[in-house]
Write a protein that binds this ligand. Sequence first.
Ligand code: GTQ
Length: 360
Amino acid sequence: MQAAAGTAPRSDSKKAQVYPGSSDPKRAAFYDKISQHDMTPLWEVLKDLVTKEPKTLGVPAIWHFDRVKPLVEESGGLLTAQEAERRVLVLENPALRGQSRITNSLYAGLQLILPGEIAGAHRHTASAIRLILDGEGAYTQVDGEKTVMKYGDFVLTPNWTAHDHGNESKVPMIWLDVLDVPTVNFFETAFAEHLDDAVQNTARVDNDSTWRFGAGVLPDGTDTRMIRSPIINYPYERTRPILDRLVRTGDVDKHHGARVRYANPLNGGWSGPTMGAHLALLPQGFKGADYRSTDGTIFVCLEGKGQTRIGDETFEWSPRDVFVVPPWKTYAHKADRESVLFSISDRPAQEALGIWREMN
Ligand code: GTQ
């Protein structure tokens, strides 16, 4: 915006910041002079710009499901899903309050949909995933395909796909939403639109994509260059038994346990370009070795009971608890009982940019 005539002189709004070197009057005067031209001395800011190691703004945190569930339920009495568009309590990193983010690059929230409600059809540039935590029988429809969601299901809403949710069951349903909203907004590339019909007219049979693409075959002639998975629902009941098979054959990683990666069946890549997810089984008594990586990671306990040490803090988790490990923080899991942990991060985006690192 142009400054209106008669507002404060240019120099007042263009004063240089005070830097360590500003204690030298000659430098301070120079900084003020270049500041008039919207310039600043790199040598005063270089250490903060190009850090020796990742500088993370977020902190480790946990949301215990039994403590937050009553609050999510209470939101159901405040407004309808339709009024809210999406009735969600956003999980904000305690060090990033007011920014609707759980890590610097990812958004997370707990969405409630009551029996009989719908959340109308829309689409946006941001991609979403859902991990089903409570209740059973609500559906989501993505790009003309309907899927009824159950505990532990991993459901995709890729970039710009139309989606609406509805609950035709008798019980409230709660799931975790994770979206790449802060990433999309970092690039200032967010578009969104409502669709004319609140509920999509689903042209395909329910779970069509899981049947078509989730059985080790591809419809002949499928274009395999798509950077996101064509599968809408990766049902827990199909993924969970694979973890037992890995345990049986001793495929247990010393950091992550017996772990699978949710893959794009077209090319083996990540399920989407901005967010990548894993499902891991930690055998009873598992004591994970220290690990860290540059992708801040959201974990959800689906089964069992254990602890994760993050830096010098320890977080106790049990089913449905959500916790976050910021980038490059050392962590290690322990399982008191056989446990299953879901995790999701921005690793695919970092890998695509060549900036992902791990240390183990
Ligand atoms: O379900 O479409 O948590 O659009 C945030 C934005 C969920 C959704 C969120 C959304 C949705």
